[in-house]
Ligand binder design. Structure first.
Ligand SMILES: NC(=O)c1ccc[n+]([C@@H]2O[C@H](COP(=O)([O-])OP(=O)(O)OC[C@H]3O[C@@H](n4cnc5c(N)ncnc54)[C@H](O)[C@@H]3O)[C@@H](O)[C@H]2O)c1
Length: 320
Protein backbone atom coordinates (compact mmCIF):
# COMPACT_ATOMS: atom_id res chain seq x y z
CA UNK A 1 0.00 0.00 0.00
CA UNK A 2 1.24 3.50 -0.79
CA UNK A 3 2.44 5.67 2.10
CA UNK A 4 0.70 9.02 1.74
CA UNK A 5 1.75 11.14 4.67
CA UNK A 6 4.45 11.64 7.29
CA UNK A 7 3.80 12.47 10.93
CA UNK A 8 6.37 13.29 13.60
CA UNK A 9 5.43 11.68 16.89
CA UNK A 10 7.20 12.08 20.23
CA UNK A 11 6.74 9.54 23.01
CA UNK A 12 7.85 10.62 26.49
CA UNK A 13 8.70 7.98 29.08
CA UNK A 14 9.90 6.07 26.05
CA UNK A 15 12.03 3.62 28.02
CA UNK A 16 9.04 2.71 30.19
CA UNK A 17 6.59 -0.14 30.07
CA UNK A 18 3.62 1.37 28.25
CA UNK A 19 5.94 2.81 25.61
CA UNK A 20 7.33 -0.67 25.05
CA UNK A 21 3.84 -1.90 24.14
CA UNK A 22 2.71 1.26 22.37
CA UNK A 23 5.64 1.85 20.00
CA UNK A 24 5.03 -1.43 18.08
CA UNK A 25 1.35 -0.48 17.62
CA UNK A 26 2.37 2.93 16.28
CA UNK A 27 5.05 1.68 13.91
CA UNK A 28 3.07 -1.26 12.55
CA UNK A 29 0.37 1.09 11.27
CA UNK A 30 -2.28 0.28 13.86
CA UNK A 31 -2.70 3.90 14.93
CA UNK A 32 -2.46 5.97 11.73
CA UNK A 33 -2.58 3.31 9.03
CA UNK A 34 -0.14 3.74 6.14
CA UNK A 35 1.49 6.89 7.47
CA UNK A 36 5.25 7.25 7.77
CA UNK A 37 6.35 8.03 11.34
CA UNK A 38 9.34 10.13 12.36
CA UNK A 39 9.87 9.09 15.95
CA UNK A 40 11.17 11.11 18.90
CA UNK A 41 11.87 9.16 22.10
CA UNK A 42 12.24 11.16 25.31
CA UNK A 43 13.22 9.87 28.73
CA UNK A 44 15.39 10.98 31.64
CA UNK A 45 19.20 10.93 31.23
CA UNK A 46 19.73 7.74 33.23
CA UNK A 47 17.54 5.83 30.76
CA UNK A 48 19.74 6.76 27.81
CA UNK A 49 21.17 3.25 27.39
CA UNK A 50 17.74 1.67 27.74
CA UNK A 51 16.48 4.00 24.98
CA UNK A 52 19.30 2.79 22.76
CA UNK A 53 18.03 -0.74 23.30
CA UNK A 54 14.52 0.33 22.30
CA UNK A 55 15.91 1.85 19.10
CA UNK A 56 17.78 -1.39 18.33
CA UNK A 57 14.55 -3.34 18.65
CA UNK A 58 12.73 -0.87 16.41
CA UNK A 59 15.46 -1.33 13.79
CA UNK A 60 15.22 -5.09 14.17
CA UNK A 61 11.50 -4.99 13.39
CA UNK A 62 12.30 -3.52 9.94
CA UNK A 63 9.05 -1.57 9.96
CA UNK A 64 8.36 -0.18 6.48
CA UNK A 65 6.68 2.87 8.04
CA UNK A 66 9.59 4.14 10.15
CA UNK A 67 11.16 7.46 9.19
CA UNK A 68 13.98 8.98 11.22
CA UNK A 69 14.44 8.39 14.96
CA UNK A 70 15.86 10.74 17.58
CA UNK A 71 16.32 10.01 21.27
CA UNK A 72 17.22 12.24 24.21
CA UNK A 73 16.23 13.84 27.47
CA UNK A 74 15.68 17.44 26.41
CA UNK A 75 12.07 18.24 25.51
CA UNK A 76 13.17 21.44 23.79
CA UNK A 77 15.07 19.36 21.26
CA UNK A 78 12.60 16.55 20.83
CA UNK A 79 9.30 18.49 20.77
CA UNK A 80 10.38 20.50 17.68
CA UNK A 81 8.27 19.81 14.58
CA UNK A 82 6.13 17.20 16.36
CA UNK A 83 2.57 16.71 15.15
CA UNK A 84 1.65 14.57 18.16
CA UNK A 85 3.19 14.03 21.59
CA UNK A 86 2.21 11.08 23.76
CA UNK A 87 3.10 11.86 27.38
CA UNK A 88 3.81 8.57 29.12
CA UNK A 89 6.72 9.86 31.22
CA UNK A 90 6.13 10.76 34.82
CA UNK A 91 7.37 10.38 38.35
CA UNK A 92 6.13 7.11 39.87
CA UNK A 93 4.46 6.91 43.27
CA UNK A 94 7.15 5.56 45.59
CA UNK A 95 6.38 3.71 48.83
CA UNK A 96 5.42 6.15 51.57
CA UNK A 97 4.97 9.04 49.15
CA UNK A 98 1.92 11.22 49.72
CA UNK A 99 -0.49 12.00 46.91
CA UNK A 100 0.30 15.68 47.30
CA UNK A 101 4.02 15.01 46.70
CA UNK A 102 3.24 12.90 43.64
CA UNK A 103 1.03 15.63 42.21
CA UNK A 104 3.67 18.26 42.76
CA UNK A 105 6.54 16.18 41.33
CA UNK A 106 4.52 15.58 38.19
CA UNK A 107 3.28 19.15 38.03
CA UNK A 108 6.93 20.21 37.86
CA UNK A 109 7.61 17.80 34.98
CA UNK A 110 4.55 19.00 33.07
CA UNK A 111 5.37 22.65 33.75
CA UNK A 112 8.83 22.14 32.21
CA UNK A 113 7.39 20.23 29.26
CA UNK A 114 4.65 22.86 28.78
CA UNK A 115 7.29 25.58 28.68
CA UNK A 116 9.25 23.56 26.11
CA UNK A 117 6.10 23.19 24.01
CA UNK A 118 5.46 26.91 24.21
CA UNK A 119 9.01 27.63 23.07
CA UNK A 120 9.60 25.08 20.32
CA UNK A 121 6.30 23.25 19.68
CA UNK A 122 4.29 23.50 16.48
CA UNK A 123 1.25 25.74 16.96
CA UNK A 124 -1.08 22.87 16.09
CA UNK A 125 0.64 19.98 17.93
CA UNK A 126 -1.77 17.46 19.48
CA UNK A 127 -1.13 16.15 23.00
CA UNK A 128 -2.25 12.97 24.77
CA UNK A 129 -1.36 12.81 28.46
CA UNK A 130 -1.29 9.34 29.99
CA UNK A 131 1.09 9.76 32.94
CA UNK A 132 -0.76 10.04 36.21
CA UNK A 133 -2.42 12.08 37.56
CA UNK A 134 -3.33 12.31 33.88
CA UNK A 135 -6.09 14.95 33.99
CA UNK A 136 -4.18 17.36 36.17
CA UNK A 137 -0.89 16.81 34.32
CA UNK A 138 -2.76 17.69 31.12
CA UNK A 139 -4.18 20.83 32.69
CA UNK A 140 -0.71 21.95 33.85
CA UNK A 141 0.76 21.26 30.41
CA UNK A 142 -1.89 23.41 28.75
CA UNK A 143 -1.33 26.27 31.20
CA UNK A 144 2.29 26.61 30.13
CA UNK A 145 1.72 26.14 26.41
CA UNK A 146 -0.81 28.87 25.85
CA UNK A 147 -0.07 29.34 22.13
CA UNK A 148 -1.52 25.89 21.44
CA UNK A 149 -5.32 25.69 21.09
CA UNK A 150 -6.86 24.28 24.27
CA UNK A 151 -8.78 21.59 22.35
CA UNK A 152 -5.41 20.06 21.34
CA UNK A 153 -4.83 18.87 24.94
CA UNK A 154 -6.36 15.54 25.87
CA UNK A 155 -5.81 12.92 28.54
CA UNK A 156 -6.45 9.21 28.44
CA UNK A 157 -9.70 7.85 29.88
CA UNK A 158 -10.17 5.39 27.03
CA UNK A 159 -8.73 2.56 29.11
CA UNK A 160 -11.53 3.13 31.62
CA UNK A 161 -14.04 3.23 28.77
CA UNK A 162 -12.72 0.00 27.26
CA UNK A 163 -12.86 -1.64 30.68
CA UNK A 164 -16.46 -0.49 31.09
CA UNK A 165 -17.48 -1.90 27.69
CA UNK A 166 -15.87 -5.23 28.52
CA UNK A 167 -17.60 -5.50 31.91
CA UNK A 168 -21.02 -4.58 30.49
CA UNK A 169 -20.59 -7.13 27.67
CA UNK A 170 -19.81 -9.78 30.27
CA UNK A 171 -22.70 -8.78 32.55
CA UNK A 172 -25.27 -8.76 29.73
CA UNK A 173 -23.68 -11.64 27.82
CA UNK A 174 -23.75 -9.53 24.65
CA UNK A 175 -21.07 -8.99 22.01
CA UNK A 176 -18.99 -5.84 22.46
CA UNK A 177 -20.08 -4.40 19.13
CA UNK A 178 -23.74 -4.43 20.21
CA UNK A 179 -22.91 -1.76 22.83
CA UNK A 180 -22.78 2.01 22.40
CA UNK A 181 -22.38 5.20 24.40
CA UNK A 182 -20.97 3.98 27.69
CA UNK A 183 -19.36 7.14 29.06
CA UNK A 184 -16.54 7.87 31.49
CA UNK A 185 -17.05 11.17 33.28
CA UNK A 186 -14.42 13.12 35.20
CA UNK A 187 -11.08 12.10 36.60
CA UNK A 188 -9.00 9.05 35.68
CA UNK A 189 -9.08 7.95 39.32
CA UNK A 190 -11.33 6.13 41.75
CA UNK A 191 -13.83 9.03 41.63
CA UNK A 192 -14.48 8.61 37.89
CA UNK A 193 -18.08 7.92 36.94
CA UNK A 194 -18.53 5.13 34.39
CA UNK A 195 -22.09 5.69 33.22
CA UNK A 196 -24.58 3.50 31.38
CA UNK A 197 -27.32 6.14 31.55
CA UNK A 198 -27.11 6.87 27.80
CA UNK A 199 -25.78 3.50 26.73
CA UNK A 200 -27.57 1.01 24.51
CA UNK A 201 -27.24 -2.69 23.77
CA UNK A 202 -28.63 -3.61 20.34
CA UNK A 203 -30.17 -0.13 20.25
CA UNK A 204 -32.05 -0.54 23.55
CA UNK A 205 -31.26 1.03 26.90
CA UNK A 206 -30.53 -1.50 29.62
CA UNK A 207 -29.98 -1.97 33.33
CA UNK A 208 -27.22 -3.95 34.96
CA UNK A 209 -27.83 -6.58 37.65
CA UNK A 210 -25.72 -4.49 40.07
CA UNK A 211 -24.87 -0.99 38.87
CA UNK A 212 -23.05 -0.07 42.09
CA UNK A 213 -20.72 -3.02 41.72
CA UNK A 214 -20.08 -2.15 38.06
CA UNK A 215 -19.13 1.43 38.90
CA UNK A 216 -16.80 0.38 41.69
CA UNK A 217 -15.18 -2.31 39.57
CA UNK A 218 -14.25 0.15 36.82
CA UNK A 219 -13.10 2.75 39.34
CA UNK A 220 -10.80 0.19 40.97
CA UNK A 221 -9.86 -1.90 37.95
CA UNK A 222 -6.31 -0.53 37.87
CA UNK A 223 -5.71 -1.76 41.43
CA UNK A 224 -7.35 -5.11 40.64
CA UNK A 225 -4.88 -5.68 37.76
CA UNK A 226 -1.97 -4.45 39.88
CA UNK A 227 -2.81 -6.87 42.70
CA UNK A 228 -3.16 -9.83 40.38
CA UNK A 229 -0.17 -9.15 38.15
CA UNK A 230 2.15 -7.51 40.65
CA UNK A 231 2.51 -4.80 38.03
CA UNK A 232 0.29 -2.06 36.63
CA UNK A 233 -1.78 -2.24 33.45
CA UNK A 234 0.54 -2.04 30.49
CA UNK A 235 -0.65 -3.52 27.20
CA UNK A 236 -4.27 -2.62 27.91
CA UNK A 237 -3.09 0.96 28.52
CA UNK A 238 -1.04 0.99 25.30
CA UNK A 239 -4.03 -0.43 23.43
CA UNK A 240 -6.23 2.36 24.83
CA UNK A 241 -3.69 5.00 23.76
CA UNK A 242 -3.87 3.49 20.27
CA UNK A 243 -7.71 3.63 20.31
CA UNK A 244 -7.73 7.22 21.64
CA UNK A 245 -5.40 8.56 18.95
CA UNK A 246 -6.84 6.48 16.12
CA UNK A 247 -10.43 7.62 16.75
CA UNK A 248 -9.41 11.23 17.40
CA UNK A 249 -7.46 11.23 14.11
CA UNK A 250 -9.95 9.34 11.94
CA UNK A 251 -13.24 10.36 13.55
CA UNK A 252 -15.89 7.98 14.76
CA UNK A 253 -19.57 8.36 13.92
CA UNK A 254 -21.13 5.32 15.55
CA UNK A 255 -20.60 5.98 19.26
CA UNK A 256 -19.66 8.52 21.89
CA UNK A 257 -16.07 8.29 23.08
CA UNK A 258 -14.44 9.38 26.31
CA UNK A 259 -11.37 11.59 26.37
CA UNK A 260 -10.28 13.99 29.07
CA UNK A 261 -10.46 17.48 27.55
CA UNK A 262 -10.39 21.03 28.89
CA UNK A 263 -13.85 21.96 30.09
CA UNK A 264 -15.67 25.06 28.85
CA UNK A 265 -18.16 24.67 31.69
CA UNK A 266 -20.25 21.89 30.08
CA UNK A 267 -22.59 20.20 32.59
CA UNK A 268 -21.71 22.87 35.17
CA UNK A 269 -18.12 21.60 35.53
CA UNK A 270 -15.59 24.27 36.43
CA UNK A 271 -14.20 25.72 33.23
CA UNK A 272 -10.54 24.89 32.61
CA UNK A 273 -10.47 21.53 34.42
CA UNK A 274 -9.39 18.57 32.33
CA UNK A 275 -12.54 16.45 32.56
CA UNK A 276 -13.55 13.26 30.79
CA UNK A 277 -16.73 13.93 28.79
CA UNK A 278 -18.85 12.27 26.13
CA UNK A 279 -17.01 13.24 22.95
CA UNK A 280 -17.89 13.00 19.28
CA UNK A 281 -14.73 12.60 17.22
CA UNK A 282 -15.21 14.32 13.86
CA UNK A 283 -12.01 13.36 12.04
CA UNK A 284 -8.73 15.18 11.34
CA UNK A 285 -8.16 15.53 15.09
CA UNK A 286 -11.39 17.52 15.53
CA UNK A 287 -13.96 16.73 18.17
CA UNK A 288 -16.93 18.20 19.99
CA UNK A 289 -18.03 17.76 23.58
CA UNK A 290 -21.60 16.46 23.56
CA UNK A 291 -23.05 18.94 26.00
CA UNK A 292 -26.77 18.31 25.89
CA UNK A 293 -27.36 14.91 27.47
CA UNK A 294 -30.10 14.73 30.11
CA UNK A 295 -28.57 13.68 33.44
CA UNK A 296 -30.35 12.02 36.36
CA UNK A 297 -29.81 13.34 39.88
CA UNK A 298 -27.69 10.25 40.54
CA UNK A 299 -25.39 11.16 37.64
CA UNK A 300 -25.25 14.84 38.60
CA UNK A 301 -24.11 13.86 42.08
CA UNK A 302 -21.42 11.54 40.67
CA UNK A 303 -20.13 14.33 38.40
CA UNK A 304 -19.86 16.65 41.40
CA UNK A 305 -17.73 14.16 43.35
CA UNK A 306 -15.18 13.70 40.57
CA UNK A 307 -15.18 17.44 39.77
CA UNK A 308 -14.41 18.23 43.41
CA UNK A 309 -11.43 15.88 43.34
CA UNK A 310 -10.12 17.58 40.20
CA UNK A 311 -10.51 21.02 41.81
CA UNK A 312 -8.50 19.75 44.78
CA UNK A 313 -5.79 18.31 42.52
CA UNK A 314 -5.63 21.58 40.63
CA UNK A 315 -5.08 23.43 43.92
CA UNK A 316 -2.29 21.05 44.97
CA UNK A 317 -0.58 21.24 41.59
CA UNK A 318 -0.79 25.02 41.61
CA UNK A 319 0.97 25.17 44.98
CA UNK A 320 4.32 24.11 43.43
N1 LIG B 1 -4.36 7.29 32.06
C1 LIG B 1 -4.34 5.96 32.14
O1 LIG B 1 -5.33 5.29 31.82
C2 LIG B 1 -3.11 5.22 32.59
C3 LIG B 1 -3.10 3.82 32.58
C4 LIG B 1 -1.95 3.14 32.96
C5 LIG B 1 -0.83 3.87 33.38
N2 LIG B 1 -0.89 5.22 33.41
C6 LIG B 1 0.29 6.03 33.78
O2 LIG B 1 1.17 6.06 32.66
C7 LIG B 1 2.49 6.34 33.09
C8 LIG B 1 3.48 5.39 32.42
O3 LIG B 1 3.28 4.08 32.88
P1 LIG B 1 4.43 2.99 32.69
O4 LIG B 1 3.87 1.70 33.20
O5 LIG B 1 4.96 3.04 31.31
O6 LIG B 1 5.52 3.54 33.73
P2 LIG B 1 7.09 3.29 33.74
O7 LIG B 1 7.54 3.70 35.10
O8 LIG B 1 7.42 1.94 33.20
O9 LIG B 1 7.64 4.37 32.68
C9 LIG B 1 7.67 5.73 32.92
C10 LIG B 1 8.89 6.29 32.22
O10 LIG B 1 8.85 7.71 32.36
C11 LIG B 1 10.18 8.13 32.49
N3 LIG B 1 10.22 9.50 33.01
C12 LIG B 1 10.18 9.94 34.29
N4 LIG B 1 10.29 11.26 34.33
C13 LIG B 1 10.38 11.70 33.05
C14 LIG B 1 10.52 12.97 32.46
N5 LIG B 1 10.61 14.09 33.19
N6 LIG B 1 10.59 13.04 31.11
C15 LIG B 1 10.53 11.94 30.35
N7 LIG B 1 10.41 10.69 30.87
C16 LIG B 1 10.34 10.58 32.20
C17 LIG B 1 10.82 7.09 33.41
O11 LIG B 1 12.22 7.11 33.35
C18 LIG B 1 10.22 5.81 32.81
O12 LIG B 1 11.05 5.27 31.78
C19 LIG B 1 2.45 6.25 34.62
O13 LIG B 1 2.34 7.56 35.14
C20 LIG B 1 1.16 5.49 34.88
O14 LIG B 1 0.62 5.79 36.16
C21 LIG B 1 -2.00 5.91 33.03
Amino acid sequence: MEVQQTLTVCVTGAAGQIAYSFIPLLLSGQVFGQVKINLRLLDIPKMETALKGVVMEIEDCAYPLIGDIQTGSNPKELFKNCDLIVFLGGFPRLPGMERKDLLQKNANIFKEQGEALQEVGKDDVKCVVVANPANTNCLILSRYATKIPRQNFTCLTRLDQNRAYAQVALALNKPLNSLKNIIIWGNHSTTQYPSIEHATADGQSFVLPDQGQFIERIQKRGAEVLNARGNSSVFSAANAVKDHIKDWFNGREDTLLSLGVLSNGEYGVQSGLCFSYPIRCLGAFKYEIVGNLELSDFSKQKLKVTEEELIQEQGLAESI
